[in-house]
Design a protein around this ligand. Structure first.
Ligand code: PMT
Length: 220
């Protein structure tokens, strides 16, 4: 039995990709499997927290004794999360949210023709930035960053611009890190700290994140 260090805490985690529809049969998405977010939710549950998991489309099974909320698009995820923010203590955005969506969703399947085709994309809301802007005094926020270059610099920019307490950065090109693997290799950033963590399972990283969030909460 794990020590119930998060008993009485409300923890909201997001996981997986979003799907942005083009028409009834096609969408724009990314390679997120949901494993990282689900692993964090599982760790939070094991530590005694009340856990809400807002998940984009994944192949993973629902977790037991966790409030599962399934969504499809970034806008759905925004609505699901912002309507549940009020009494959350820890919020962890591990989902890979699409930054853009097609401006129009065709009602019918788009037909092939001899012409080339051009789609116009509009911006999705930034969920993490919204959470940061509306942060309450008792809330601790952890974002993620998926980078392919200048990991630390780009991640630190996201930490600051989105008003996060903490950010976990992973690089797409590091072996054993990022999408679909059972492990991750990350850099943990806080206001005055940068820590390169050794490779670990996504669940071990979940415990590390939650432990650090508790430290941040106690320092507030
Ligand atoms: O699901 P897995 O296969 O296990 O893979 C795990 C992971 C690679 C998806 C995960 O470790 C990860 O890095 N998640 C964040 C991916 C991402 O979208 O990063 P980003 O740098 O584009 O976004 C930065 C942060 O803003 C993220 O916390 C993201 O959730 C959030 N965001 C981004 C765009 C948007 N419109 N709204 C957001 O809230």
């Amino acid at each position: 039995e794990m020590e119930q260090t998060l008993k009485g805490k409300n923890v909201l985690v997001s996981a997986g990709p979003t799907q942005e529809a083009l028409d009834p049969v096609r969408f724009l998405s990314n390679h997120s499997s949901g494993k990282q977010g689900y692993a964090i939710a599982k760790a939070a549950k094991a530590l005694g927290a009340n856990v809400t998991l807002v998940a984009g489309p994944t192949a993973l099974e629902d977790l037991k004794d966790i409030n599962m909320v399934h969504v499809t698009s970034a806008q759905d995820m925004f609505d699901a999360i912002t309507s549940r923010l009020d009494n959350q203590n820890y919020i962890i955005m591990a989902a890979a949210v699409a930054d853009y969506r097609p401006e129009m969703v065709a009602d019918q399947k788009i037909k092939k023709s001899d012409e080339e085709v051009t789609f116009h994309f509009v911006k999705n809301p930034d969920i993490l930035a919204y959470i940061g802007q509306h942060k309450k005094e008792n809330q601790v926020i952890c974002g993620f960053a998926m980078e392919t270059q200048n990991l630390e610099e780009n991640a630190r920019k996201k930490l600051e611009s989105k008003n996060c307490d903490m950010l976990i950065a992973n690089n797409l090109f590091t072996r054993g890190a990022g999408f679909q693997t059972d492990t991750n290799v990350v850099t943990l950033l806080r206001k005055n700290e940068t820590k390169h963590l050794p490779k670990c399972s996504k669940e071990e990283l979940g415990y590390k994140i939650l432990e650090t969030m508790k430290e941040i909460e106690m320092e507030k």
